[in-house]
Design a protein around this ligand. Structure first.
Ligand code: GAL
Ligand code: CA
Length: 353
């Protein structure tokens, strides 16, 4: 049943992808000729984020021929984002797509939009209390079910651990001694991934021992630094690296490679991430990363533009789309576990296939 749902979601995304492709080839002239495409204001929490960069590209592709996007980099500064929203409202945008800097700022943004009667589609950073708790009828959320990524990551780790226990359980105590690289504190994805990956392992009867757990704010460079510190402090006691996203997993892998791992002598460390970034897929293929979870940028980027375009036309946001809202006013794009055996699914979602 669940699998069916996931497949249906993927199919919908694949269809959307081909639709977007058709639009981009046939609609350039229409766009130039009509010039009356609805203006949609977009703010991205920071451009310097691997996953959001792919999501941004998906938004731009989905908008071709149907909307003009005024795209803004909020540079990880919520007050800057608030100013950008004010400016976009003054410019007369017909709808807003907001990737918050601080998830708890959702009600403040909604209040501004409500005063100007402009609908809002929040994307990727979910208001922790639920979008249905925001006092504005014209606002929805597009993202994922955060727990799902932690559960899938936990399941991936569990089966990999069972298959490789002899080599991976370095001290032979049957437990996984791990270090955890967390995303932004307070970000629902980061909190849920951290909790549910470990909870899932423990529920499957696999014991774990946390050697360290710290936020590297989704960032590869910060993760590399933390990993260097942890290698110095714990060395061979570390049996696994669990990262809330691939960017941080990639940073950890760089630190590990610089400390003699993944070389010709076979020294190995299992590293798990989330997102299924093309760069991470390359590392999986090269045997330097153990697994990841697809966080679908095409699905999220396309869905938020479709909903905003509907809103801009005064329609129901879901009108004519494949998407549905749950009871918290959220569209949930499914996650999928990725290993070396099913990478094509991820390649499609990142436009590589
Ligand atoms: C997560 C994603 C991270 C980062 C974050 C930003 O969903 O997995 O890599 O992009 O969103 O909000
Ligand atoms: Ca152990």
């Amino acid at each position: 049943m669940k699998m069916k749902k996931i497949l249906a979601g993927l199919l919908a995304c694949a269809m959307l992808a081909s639709m977007a492709a058709c639009n981009s080839s046939s609609n350039k002239e229409t766009q130039a000729a009509s010039g009356d495409l609805p203006l949609i204001g977009v703010t991205i929490y920071k451009y310097d984020d691997n996953f959001m960069t792919y999501t941004r590209t998906a938004m731009e592709n989905a908008a071709k021929g149907v909307a003009t996007l005024n795209m803004n980099d909020s540079a990880n500064d919520q007050s800057k984002q608030n100013d950008q929203i004010d400016t976009l409202i003054q410019k007369g945008v017909k709808a807003l797509i907001v990737n918050l800097v601080d998830p708890s700022a959702a009600p403040t943004i909604a209040e501004k939009a409500k005063a100007a009667d402009i609908p809002v589609v929040f994307v990727n950073k979910e208001y922790p209390e639920g979008t249905d708790k925001i006092d504005y009828d014209k606002c929805v959320y597009v993202g994922t079910t955060s727990e799902e990524s932690g559960i899938i990551q936990g399941e991936l780790i569990a089966s990999a651990w069972e298959a490789n226990k002899d080599a991976w359980d370095k001290n032979g105590d049957g437990k996984i001694q791990y270090v955890m690289l967390m995303g932004e504190i307070g970000h629902p994805d980061a909190e849920a991934r951290t909790t549910y990956s470990i909870k899932t392992l423990n529920e499957k009867g696999i014991e774990t021992e946390e050697l360290a757990n710290q936020s590297a704010t989704w960032d590869a460079t910060k993760a590399k630094e933390l990993m260097e510190t942890w290698l110095g402090k714990f060395g061979d006691q570390i049996e696994m690296v669990i990262a809330n996203n691939d960017g941080m997993a990639m940073g950890a892998i760089e630190a590990l490679a610089g400390n003699g791992y993944f070389g010709s002598d076979g020294k190995y460390m299992p590293v798990f991430g989330v997102d299924a970034l093309p760069e991470a897929l390359d590392l999986i293929e090269a045997g330097k990363m153990a697994g990841t979870v697809l966080n679908n940028p095409l699905g999220q980027g396309t869905a938020c533009v479709e909903l905003a375009v509907n809103y801009a036309a005064g329609k129901d946001p879901l009108d004519g789309t494949e998407w549905t809202l749950d009871d918290t006013k959220a569209v949930r794009v499914p996650y999928v576990g990725i290993t070396v055996d099913n990478m094509d699914i991820a390649k499609e979602a990142y436009g590589l296939k």
